[in-house]
Every structure is written in C-alpha cells, then in structure tokens.
Design a protein. Structure first.
Length: 702
C-alpha cells in the first residue's frame, strides 16, 4: 500500500474520523464536567544578589562568571522535600491528612522563571480555593525564611572567623608598637631617611596586603573543604579530578601567566595613575587570564561537561556545592597569583631597604611591622563591620514581590483533557477507518482491479454524481466535450489496440454483478464507434432485463425473439437511432429460456449475417456471476470487456467472474474501470485536466 492509498481512505471515510473525535470529545467533556473545579493561584518572587554578603565572602573583589544559572538552582530548591514538609507542617493538618497533602502539593506545585527576568513564579492547583492560596503563599514564605537562615548562618561563621583573626592582629599590633618604643629609647633614634621611610612604607603596604590575601585564602580554603566534604559522599570521582587539576600543564601555564599579569598590574600602578591607558591595558589582560583560568577549572572539575550536563542527574544541593567548589577553588588560584606578584614587588623594595645603615634598617623594619599591623588591623575591622551588617540584616537573596490573594478556576486541566481526547479521537478514528477499509472487499482503485484480475485497463470512466449521472446516460451524445466523453473515446481507441493482430468486430460487455453500469458503457462506446464513421450495431442480448431500448428511446416490440422464433428478417427487426451509422437490435419479447436462444442455430446464423453487414457489433449481456449468458455468447465474439465499478464491485465477485469467463474459454481482453475518482488515482491525466478542461471553460465563457 502506498501513501496515496491511505490519503484516499481518509478522504473517503473522513466522516468516521470526525464522528469518532466528536464521540470521544463529548464523552470526555461530560466526564470532565462532572469533576470538581480546579483552582489555581500563583506567587511571584525576585532573585537578587546580596552585595554585602558577597563582598564579605568573596573577599577578592574579583568578578567571576557563574558556572550555572543561580535562578534555576532556586527553582529546584523550592521543590525539595524539606521545604515542602515545612509547608505541610505550617498548614496544621492531622497526621492522617499530612501524607495526602504532601503528595498533593508535590504533584500540583509548579515553579518557573518569568521570561528574560530573575522573577520566579510559584503556582499551585487544587480543588479547594482557600487551600490553593494558603499553600502557594506558605511555600514562598518558607523558602524565603530558609534562604534568609542560610545566608545568616554563612555570615555568622564568617564573623566568628574574622573575630578570631582580629584578636590575633590586635596582639601583633601591640607587640609591634612596644618594639618600636623600646628601640627608640635604647638607640635614641626617632626618624629614618626618606629612602628608608618610603621603602619601609611600601613594604608595610605589601605586608598588609599579603596578610589580607592570607585571610581571603583561609576563607576560600574553608569553602573548598566544606564543599569537598559534602560532595565526596556522592561524587566518587571528585578527588581524581582535583588531582588532575593540580598536575594539569595547561592550568600550570595559566597560573604562570596570571602571576605575570598581576606583576604587570603592580608595576603599572607604581609608575602611572590608575586611570592611565597602561594600567587599563594591564587590567584587561589580567581579566582575560582570569576568565581562561576559570574555564579550565570548570572543565576539569566538571569532567569536561557542559553546564546542562553538569546539572543533569544532580540534586539541587549537589549543584549548589559543586558551584561553590569551583568558585572557591578558582579564587584560591587567583589569590596565589596575586601573592606571587606581591612577593616579586617585595624583593624590589627589600633591595632598596638593604642599602640603609644597620640601625636605620632595624628602625625601618620595626616601623614597617608596626604599619603593617595597623593596616591589617584596619582591614579586619572593616571586614568585621561588614560581617556584622550582613548577619544583622539577614535578607538573603530572595524576596516576595506579589503574594497570591485569590484562586481562579483553571481551564488548563480541562483543556489538557480535551486536547488528549481530540488526539485520541483522531487516532481511533483513523484506526477505525483503516479497519473498515481493510474489511471492505470492494475495489477502490484501478490499481487494485489490475492486480486482482491481472488484466490491462483499457478505459477509466470518471464518477458522475446523482442526478447528473441519471440525466446523461448517453453522455457522448449529450455532452461531446466533457471529460467523460473523452474517456469513452480513449476506451474506443485502446479496445482496438489491445491486440492489433486480432479482429475486434464483435465486442461483448459484461460485469460481475448487476447495476454496475455495463449497459451505459456499451451504449456510449457504440456511439463513439459510429462517430468514427463505422457502421455500428448494438445487440441487446440481455434477454432477462433488457435496457438498450430505454437508452435510445426505442420500442421493444420486436427483436431477437422474433428473428429466432418467428422467422422475422434482421432488416425488419433492426431499428435506426438518432446517431448516424448506429442501429439497435432489441430483445423483443423475453424468451422462456435465454441460454437456449443464444445456443440456437438461428441465432448463430443471425450473427454470421450481421458480421457481413456491420463494421462493429456490441453485445449487451447479463452479469456473469448470476447467469451463464455471457459465457455462452462470449465464445461467438472477438473481444470481451469486463466493467468494474470501483464503488460497488468486490474483489471476490471480480475473481469469480474472471474464473467463469476463463473456464468458458472466452476472449477476455481487458477491463473498464467505472466511477473512478481522478484525484485518488495515479492514472489521472493531469495534462488533460489542465489543458482540456480549462479550454472548455474558456469556450463556454466566450
């Protein structure tokens, strides 16, 4: 079966598909209408970075690209089990209802990102409007509180760490001041040279910055260890990837370049102003190196996977800590590069400091230690203030911008059910149409008839609807320019060409069953023969239900019966028609035994006589599957054509008719396919449709 066949089935049986869709959709609508109304409510939250918390935790002031979308992570965290269990706990339901409500929230809760924004939309559907509003609002509130608590805990741990470092720095500052005081009293030195003071001041600044880097390193190391500890439980390859990062040659090269970049920035700042072109170019190169280092870390720690693949199969908590690990690990490497650059600068100023006298060196060293302690103390005091502010405000990075106020009836479940019903109806409708088609034994296409009969198709007659078909039985005569007339002319041509070496003077036309149009086909075919200038005779040998006299509006008072049984001459029984060169021999009175009449010697002598008088003789006969007349008469003719109606003839009847004719040894040359639809057959002559029909329309308009 080809694709065109299935299209033809759907075109013929479209009403089955439509009826099935209507039935399934109607049943679904009735069932859906009986269900309780589903209500929907939504809450909107805004994700925003906490600048204070970030400044305390990051410390470096380096802006690093995020390895995944943090808003997507928030979506996953909203629907985690601990968050939803807290929501159920707040709704104050009984223990028996708790598990049912948890499952209902899990199935009905949705979280999505408002397009091109950092706004998260939380929605919930249920049959209870009040519960719907309460659930969606509680989900947002619980998540905001958990988010705030998480940031508060982070800020608290940072504050405790800085407090410890601040106390240590205070002791260092006191010791440095005491050492300077004692040295001045002992040596009576109260100032140093300008060179020594400048070198000491710069070395003190470098020492202070180095201590600050050490603080940042401690914070980053704590973040790395915490993330590793949490991830190593589920990620067994993490240690291997970290070792791979340590020995990676590309990463080592990037580290070296980054150290050079940091040194270049320090040199540029010592020689030029911060807004100069040289400083800007050094900073831009350093930023590119930092980005490359970050990508290399992400590639190795993420197993060379894309961002979407890194997220795949991980829980929201694992996603968070993997991102934290990558960020903190990269920060450590950046701090290391800055530390190397400071060490290089320190060497330059220490060489200048070594040129001072011994007492000035010692005095400068003590002053430098004191200044470094003061600057470090100031750094810790500033960080301490930031940590206390972050812990005090505890705002997190999520806030509600619009709570749910009312629950509106949702049409989504109904629309979804109706959509599924329509799809199922279409599928079932097509299946039913195909099943009926395969169970229908009728021949639907010329190709099918050709396969069943194994005979050539000599003509194809298009289907003419209802009253038009009844009013134009002799269409060749009534409408000589119609496509049907052209089909009969083609049939006339191909009938004579089917076997050029055989005479085609006498042609018998039969069909497997009744009402398949064989008499109409014969009448029109005879007219086309007469129009070619051939003396043509129609003999109505359907001695059981004659119809040719009706087609040509002639009386059936005498005919074959009178010639065979009453001795009437052919000239007396044959009647002319209104078509030139076309005569008709009717049946006359119906004989008691039609088969004996056709077998009689008188009828055979009649045929021999008529062969001499006419160029073409067409015999009409009863259906072969019901009567043997066609088999008897077929042995006396030159050519037998079988009419197959694609709208009523079945395959079984067609095969039976062929077997009966074959057993009778009649010259069955081909078949005529009737009531064919041009548009569903590969035999459709598109050139004829485009050229001839358009031409007829133009002539009609003229």
């Amino acid at each position: 079966m080809d694709f065109q066949f299935y299209i033809g089935v759907l075109v013929r049986r479209w009403w089955m598909v439509v009826a099935t869709v209507a039935l399934v959709s109607g049943f679904t609508w009735v069932k859906a209408s009986a269900q309780p109304t589903v209500y929907f409510a939504q809450l909107r939250m805004l994700y925003e970075a906490n600048a204070i918390a970030n400044s305390v935790m990051a410390g470096t002031g380096i802006s690093m690209p995020s390895w995944n979308n943090p808003v997507n992570t928030q979506l996953q965290l909203i629907k985690t089990r601990p968050n939803l269990e807290a929501v159920v706990q707040r709704l104050k339901v009984t223990d028996r209802e708790r598990s049912q409500l948890f499952e209902q929230i899990t199935n009905g809760l949705t979280a999505s990102i408002d397009r091109n924004t950092d706004i998260i939309v939380i929605g919930f559907s249920s049959h209870d409007p009040k519960l719907t509003v309460n659930v969606v609002n509680e989900v947002g509130r619980v998540f905001i509180e958990k988010n705030k608590a998480m940031h508060q805990e982070t800020a608290r741990q940072t504050r405790i760490f800085i407090e410890q470092q601040l106390a240590r720095t205070e002791r260092m500052l006191a010791e440095a001041e005491e050492a300077v005081s004692q040295f001045r009293q002992a040596e009576q030195i109260f100032s140093v040279s300008d060179v020594g003071g400048a070198a000491a001041s710069k070395l003190a600044s470098i020492d202070s910055e180095t201590l600050d880097i050490g603080l940042q390193r401690s914070i980053a190391e704590a973040r790395v260890e915490d993330a590793k500890r949490r991830l190593e439980v589920t990620d067994l390859t993490l240690a291997t990837r970290l070792e791979k990062l340590r020995v990676d040659p590309v990463f080592s090269a990037l580290q070296g370049e980054l150290a050079k970049g940091e040194a270049a920035v320090s040199v540029a700042r010592s020689q030029y102003k911060d807004d100069s072109l040289e400083v800007k170019e050094a900073n831009e190169r350093l930023a590119r190196l930092k980005t490359g280092l970050m990508e290399r870390v992400r590639t190795l720690l993420g197993s060379n996977l894309t961002d979407d693949q890194l997220l795949l199969g991980r829980t929201p908590t694992e996603q968070r800590y993997l991102g934290e690990l990558i960020s903190a690990q990269t920060e450590l490497f950046l701090l290391g590069a800055r530390e190397k650059a400071l060490a290089s600068s320190r060497g330059i100023y220490e060489s200048k400091f070594a040129a001072l006298p011994a007492k000035e060196q010692k005095m400068s060293r003590l002053l430098r230690q004191q200044q470094a302690a003061v600057e470090t103390y100031n750094v810790f005091v500033r960080r301490m203030q930031e940590a206390r502010i972050s812990e005090a405000i505890s705002v997190g990075n999520m806030r509600i911008i619009e709570e749910a106020s009312i629950a509106t009836p949702s049409l989504q479940p109904l629309a979804r059910m109706m959509g599924m019903a329509v799809m199922m109806g279409i599928v079932f409708g097509i299946a039913i149409a195909m099943l009926v088609e395969f169970l229908d034994d009728r021949i639907r296409r010329p190709e099918d008839a050709e396969i069943v009969l194994d005979l050539p198709i000599l003509g194809m007659l298009p289907w003419v609807e209802g009253r038009e078909a009844a009013s134009k039985r002799l269409v060749v005569l009534d409408d000589p320019r119609s496509p049907v007339t052209e089909s009969y002319r083609a049939l006339q041509t191909y009938t004579r060409m089917v076997d050029p070496d055989i005479e085609h003077q006498c042609v018998l036309i039969t069909s497997p069953g009744p009402k398949e149009g064989k008499s109409t086909v014969l009448a029109n075919l005879a007219i086309t023969s007469a129009q070619l200038g051939r003396r043509t005779l129609i003999i109505d040998t359907d001695l059981r239900a004659p119809s040719q006299h009706i087609n040509f509006d002639r009386p059936n008072l005498m005919g074959i019966y009178d010639i065979v049984y009453e001795g009437l001459t052919p000239e007396e029984a044959i009647q002319p028609t209104e078509v030139d060169n076309l005569d008709i021999l009717c049946t006359g009175p119906v004989p008691p035994d039609p088969v004996s009449t056709l077998h009689s010697k008188s009828f055979q002598r009649l045929l021999e006589r008529l062969r001499k008088d006419y160029d073409a003789i067409f015999f009409d006969s009863p259906p072969i599957n019901f009567f043997t007349d066609a088999a008897v008469l077929g042995r006396s003719v030159d050519n037998v054509l079988m009419v197959v109606d694609v709208r009523s003839t079945t395959r079984q009847h067609t095969l039976t008719a062929k077997e009966l004719l074959t057993k009778a040894h009649v010259p069955l040359r081909g078949m005529v396919v009737k009531n064919m639809s041009y548009r569903t057959s590969r035999y459709h002559n598109r050139y004829f449709e485009r050229y001839y029909l358009d031409r007829l329309k133009q002539l009609a308009d003229d």
